[in-house]
Design a protein around this ligand. Structure first.
Ligand code: SAH
Length: 342
């Protein structure tokens, strides 16, 4: 296909068998064309090419398309030879970053543009997907109000099936696919099914969401290490002791629901109750908000502010630091246990 061309108001004749032509038809429709079809070479005798701006001939292995090509030449109609849908598809796991389109990498954009099907959820960039893809089918596998999320095993089956049908499947994930993203499982199921799979890393919320609130996860003379923890599964006493003993920054994803247990576990493991804690909700959205307190006060502050997922917790002295306007640091200096919007 002639890429990035506006076909609005033009009629394109796509010639070729149904299955191999599917991708080509979708692309021209996406570019605004009215698509007419010719499924086999025998059909074309009565066809008049007068109002056809372009003939897209899909290599589908059928003999006999030469007559159509000659017809095009005789009537000076532009003919483009298109690649048929590949018999074997592939899967690309794409890290979509923490939300905004401009935090997608160039490689992620390239994969989206080349996709036939995109499986997405609401943690990654999803509002603008139609514009970011070249007419790919968009499948929401995340939670929707009143809908249950598609379970992981079904997502994996659907990805594999679509790739088997010859499609380039993009699985778009929030942040980085390999940071609590179940990306490893998706790679494994593709490998097991013999499907080619590649991974495009993304900007993880573990680092970028604290940054959105002005919090660096490491800072010279303050913290030279950070640990990223999931708040989803309960931590053992030994894990709390190790975390507290590291004296570095602790970043918790999926930790709003288990905040009381997390704070109690760290306090019991010897962490100072005055250690600063920040909760950064909905990073990079218009409703981004940072709530700051300390280890002993954050549960009350979060309850008062009705903190909700998605949010990233940052525990450690780095919360006092400030870059990017330093919203968290400013709040910490004022030390208001109640939340304030930023
Ligand atoms: N793979 C993702 C993490 C998936 S787990 C990554 O690398 O970022 C989902 C958790 O990520 C959420 O519960 C929340 O803790 C965090 N998260 C992702 N995007 C976020 C955002 N824009 N703002 C706040 N938290 C976010």
């Amino acid at each position: 296909m002639i890429r990035d061309t506006d076909f609005r108001g033009l009629t394109v004749l796509v010639a070729g068998a149904t299955q191999p032509s599917r991708r080509v038809i979708r692309r021209y429709r996406h570019a605004g064309a009215v698509v007419r079809r010719l499924e086999s070479p025998e059909d074309h005798a009565p066809i008049v090419l007068d109002d056809i701006a372009l003939v897209a001939l899909v290599a589908d292995g059928q003999p006999g398309w030469d007559r159509l090509a000659a017809h095009c030449r005789a009537s000076s109609t532009l003919l483009v030879r298109e690649q048929a849908a590949l018999p074997r598809g592939r899967v690309t796991l794409v890290g979509g970053g923490p939300g905004p389109d401009d935090l997608l990498t160039l490689r992620a954009l390239e994969a989206l543009r080349a996709a036939d099907v995109v499986f997405y959820d609401r943690l990654g960039p999803h509002l603008n997907l139609a514009a970011l893809t070249g007419g790919a089918e968009l499948v929401d596998v995340g939670k929707r109000p009143g809908h249950h999320p598609v379970v992981q095993s079904e997502i994996e089956c659907r990805m594999v099936d679509a790739a088997r049908a010859g499609h380039h499947v993009v699985r778009l994930k929030g942040g980085d696919p390999f940071v609590f993203g179940r990306g490893g499982e998706e790679v494994a199921s593709c490998v097991e099914a013999g499907i080619e799979v590649t991974v495009v890393p993304g900007i993880t919320s573990a680092v970028s969401v604290p940054a959105a609130a002005g919090i660096p996860v490491t800072h010279r003379d303050v913290s030279h290490l950070f640990t990223v923890v999931s708040g989803h599964a309960p931590l053992s006493v030994a894990e709390y002791e190790h975390l507290a003993g590291l004296r570095g920054t602790i970043v918790v994803l999926m930790g709003v629901g288990t905040l009381p247990q997390l704070m109690a576990g760290l306090a019991k493991a010897g962490m100072d109750g005055a250690t600063p804690v920040a909760i950064v909700e909905r990073g990079y959205s218009d409703s981004q908000r940072t709530t700051v307190s300390d280890l002993s006060g954050i549960v009350m502050a979060a309850t008062a502010a009705r903190c909700k997922s998605p949010a990233v917790l940052v525990i450690g002295d780095v919360v006092r630091q400030g870059v990017n306007g330093g919203s968290a640091a400013a709040q910490f200096a004022g030390f208001a246990p109640a939340a304030e919007g930023v």
